[in-house]
Design a protein around this ligand. Structure first.
Ligand code: PA5
Length: 460
């Protein structure tokens, strides 16, 4: 079991426009500082996600809740957004059987369907609520802050439906939130509702291995202990301060050098696996919200992550990656061994366009196309690297989450920004509160009222 990183195609030796060996040798000492800074932050209790693999109490709470819920629900609906939704979505896509929600209960081993509502589009919410049997549904309301407008709105809609149906909220709601603060915690205390804790020192987009991801995972039968074991293994692999031995450090340094020294500030994340397609969205949020900040010089800084899917995007975005502006790195994610494979029958030996495919397998085709794309990108002078998972299972997913979270912390240090906050989204939230009349939004209302109004000259 392993996750390997091959960055040969990031280096100038293989790719004109890649990282020169001298540049890479110099990066070693920079990484020693970055590594020390992360260790100091961890010692100060800041990087709580690093401690999650050891949190037996958290695991027991998740498993206990899931065991008590077993057989009681046909549907589990996560209400959450951003870091409170993307982890559960990535886990479901990677580790539940394909088409999970369309399978019969017996094919799901009696486990519930899993839905994640990560938007407030009424069309989606109305459609889902209309087809659920509420008496057989559990709503997992996930919010670290316990007050995010979108999640609270969804929650109120659901609470209204439960009351109308005279269903006891404590049988159909569980909160995942901060242990002390926020409206959800206060409600849980007041109404004696079940609530699991997100450790105070773990922020939204670093929370997939807290009950945010683990509870939905456990409810559908995913092996949460294996997720944490994989994360622990990766944490150990990322302990060394020598760059060449630290996968998260190597990933962060390569991306930062490519951006800062080589003008490649767009970072494509491209799994060659349908199971991992939603990992790309999870990574995009992690990289974007953590690193897109006002830098130490007062200017906007940070790379732009982009999600793609192999092979599908070979017929879409890859044209841009190959011949468009040379401002990107591409991370290809490979799976060494598919869980199922399908042999392509050799049915038409006389038609050249079909004959060469016969006898190969679909996994072979997927993998050959991934290698071909990596080689073609290199040939075009487009730096790329490949992360290979031996297989897609809970252990490898846990490791991948840990590696990319730690890489983000290192990258924050390199870009000299705080990868744990998101001040840029605050103003939009305040304006929303102002327009909806939230009591404490007076100042935002005044600021909103001063903004220029739409000008008829520029409308048509
Ligand atoms: O990564 C983050 O911190 C954010 O994307 C949050 O997850 C998102 O804003 C939702 O916040 P909360 O979990 O407090 O409702």
């Amino acid at each position: 079991m392993a996750i390997r990183l091959d960055y040969s195609n990031m280096m100038a030796a293989a790719v004109g426009g890649g990282v020169a060996e001298g540049m890479w040798a110099d990066a070693g000492s920079r990484f020693t500082e970055v590594h020390a800074a992360a260790a100091a932050q961890h010692a100060d209790g800041v990087l709580g996600f690093l401690d999650l693999p050891d949190d037996r109490e958290m695991l027991a709470a998740v498993q206990g809740f899931a065991a008590r819920a077993r057989g009681r629900y046909d549907d589990v609906v996560v209400l959450g957004i951003g870091g409170s939704a993307l982890g559960p979505i990535a886990l479901r896509t990677a580790l539940c059987a394909p088409g999970w929600n369309d399978l019969a209960a017996s094919e799901r081993g009696g486990r519930p369907r899993l839905h994640v509502l990560d938007n407030v589009d009424p069309r989606t919410i109305h459609a889902l609520l209309a087809r659920l049997t509420l008496s057989r549904t559990l709503f997992v309301v996930t919010s670290k802050s316990g007050g995010t407008a979108e999640t609270m709105a969804q929650f109120l809609v659901v609470l209204g439906r439960l009351r109308t149906a005279s269903l006891p909220p404590r049988e159909h709601l569980v909160f995942v939130t901060d242990p002390e603060n926020g409206a959800l915690r206060a409600l849980a205390r007041r109404d004696d509702l079940p609530a699991l804790e997100i450790a105070p020192n773990v922020g939204g987009r670093y929370s997939v291995l807290t009950p945010v991801g683990l509870l939905p995972a456990a409810l559908v039968g995913i092996d949460c202990a294996a997720l944490l074991e994989g994360a622990a293994d990766m944490r150990t692999r990322c302990a060394p301060s020598q760059l060449a031995r630290n996968p998260a450090g190597t990933y962060a340094l390569l991306q930062w050098l490519a951006d800062r020294q080589l003008g490649k500030g767009i970072h494509v994340f491209m799994p060659y696996s349908d199971a991992l397609r939603d990992m790309a969205d999870w990574f995009v949020q992690l990289w974007a919200e953590s690193l897109g900040k006002v830098g130490s010089d007062g200017a906007g800084t940070g790379p732009t992550p982009l999600a793609a899917l192999g092979v599908t995007d070979q017929h879409s975005q890859v044209q841009l990656f190959m011949e468009g502006p040379a401002n990107k790195t591409v991370t290809l994610v490979a799976v060494a061994k598919g869980q199922q494979d399908v042999t392509i029958p050799a049915l038409e030996p006389d038609i050249p366009e079909l004959a060469y495919l016969g006898g190969h397998t679909l996994h072979e085709l997927l993998d050959v196309e991934r290698r071909a794309t990596a080689g073609a990108l290199a040939r075009r002078g487009r730096p790329n690297m490949t992360l290979t998972l031996d297989t897609v299972d809970a252990w490898h997913l846990g490791g991948l989450f840990m590696m990319l979270e730690l890489a983000t912390i290192y990258a924050g240090s390199l870009y000299e920004v705080n990868p744990l906050n998101q001040p840029g989204v605050e103003l939009g939230k305040q304006f929303t509160y102002a327009m909806l009349g939230r009591a404490d939004a007076g100042a935002a209302r005044a600021e909103w009222d001063k903004l220029p109004r739409p000008d008829p000259r520029w409308q048509l």
